[in-house]
Design a protein around this ligand. Structure first.
Ligand code: PHE
Length: 357
């Protein structure tokens, strides 16, 4: 290799090594290999080289061009990898940085109550199931042992929907109890489920909304007794209201789908609205041992299986716990009300932190 080539080579390789960013490397490439580049000019001048030397010089130039090109490519790959690493390092997110709660939305009190119910019954081994809000007569009434002319049908102020095709009469479910039927007809026992969701009755005043929420519960196994029902609901109510001493009373009642049936009351002070003491009782939910006929309607052998069911009103529970006295703003979407009564999504209901929120 002639001297001019070896010095061009040495200079260029040193400059490639020294290039510490992609832009200066590219400038170097253009200066040497570009159209006006030093090496390109030498190649172009090949014609002026005496014929006996031309071939050798040509080969040397081509070799040098290839070596420089691959040195530049290698260096470029290195610099690109370094640039990528630097980019990743610069974009690192500090996951320990607290978010800015002011830009977050809030959880509606009804959703919060459902979350708390799920947390408590989840810890007791219940899973959540859902059912349709448009039900048929059989799931909402018939299978629950509420026959055609039963007074319970009138009491429930049902919204009926026009029949569709050959479907039986459809209704907006008046309670979450069809969730019992759907659970039992879907799979064999045992069951331990809760069914939170929307329910509908043609009723509208300060304490009733045509759309409201209930949560059903169902526990069926070989030897579930009234004792389990009581223990379960007492545990639930005391955990939900965060009052370990909350007085709970079971009062005989009637539901077509349970036998025996019980209304559950909690102790409170009617005057002050304070829960837990005061000698007054407040009805909070309905419950009972699932009627054998309901089990049989669902193909569950009442000779082998038994258990309890309950149903509670979620608005009622929420109003009592949060000290809300009017039902209407729950569904008016007034942001001032929601900002006042809403819950931070960053504080989900977790039992071991307490549910007081
Ligand atoms: N479905 C009843 C209601 O809406 C509540 C209930 C459910 C009672 C389960 C007993 C058992 O009033």
């Amino acid at each position: 290799m002639t001297d001019d080539l070896s010095s061009l080579g040495a200079e260029t390789f040193a400059a490639v090594e020294a290039a510490d960013n992609l832009a200066s490397l590219e400038a170097l490439r253009v200066a040497v290999l570009g159209r006006q580049g030093r090496l390109t000019s030498l190649l172009r001048a090949l014609g002026e080289v005496p014929e006996d030397l031309r071939r050798e010089r040509g080969q040397a130039l081509n070799r040098l061009r290839d070596e420089i090109a691959s040195a530049i490519a290698e260096r470029r790959a290195l610099l690109q990898a370094a640039a990528q690493d630097a980019g990743i390092a610069a974009e690192r997110i500090d996951v320990t940085l607290p978010p800015r709660p002011s830009v977050l939305g809030l959880i509606h009190p009804i959703s919060r109550t459902i979350g708390e119910i799920v947390a408590i019954f989840g810890a007791l081994g219940f899973r959540v199931v859902e059912g349709p809000e448009i039900e048929d007569d059989w799931h909402n009434f018939g299978a629950l042992n509420i026959p055609e002319h039963h007074p319970a049908r009138q009491e429930m102020d049902t919204f009926y929907l026009p029949p569709r095709g050959t479907n039986a009469r459809r209704v907006l479910r008046t309670h979450t109890s069809p969730g019992q039927i759907r659970t039992m007809t879907a799979a064999p026992p045992p069951y331990r489920v809760i069914v939170p969701g929307r329910t509908y009755r043609a009723d509208h005043d300060a304490t009733h909304s045509p759309m409201f929420h209930q949560c059903e519960g169902l526990a069926i196994d070989k030897a579930i007794t009234l004792g389990h029902l009581k223990g379960c609901l007492i545990d639930f109510l005391r955990a939900f209201f965060d009052k370990p001493e909350l007085p709970v009373r079971f009062r005989a009642s009637y539901f077509p789908f349970t036998e025996p049936s019980m209304e559950v009351d909690i102790g409170w002070n009617r005057q002050s609205g304070e829960l837990g003491q005061g000698g007054d009782w407040l009805e909070i939910l309905g419950s009972g041992m699932v009627h054998p006929r309901v089990l049989a309607n669902c193909g569950v052998d009442p000779g082998e299986w038994q258990g309890f069911a309950f149903g509670m009103g979620i608005e009622r529970l929420t109003m009592l716990k949060q000290g809300i006295t009017d039902l209407r703003p729950f569904f008016e979407s007034d942001l001032r009300w929601l900002r006042h009564y809403g819950f931070s999504p960053l504080r989900p209901p977790i039992l071991h932190e307490g549910l007081a929120g």
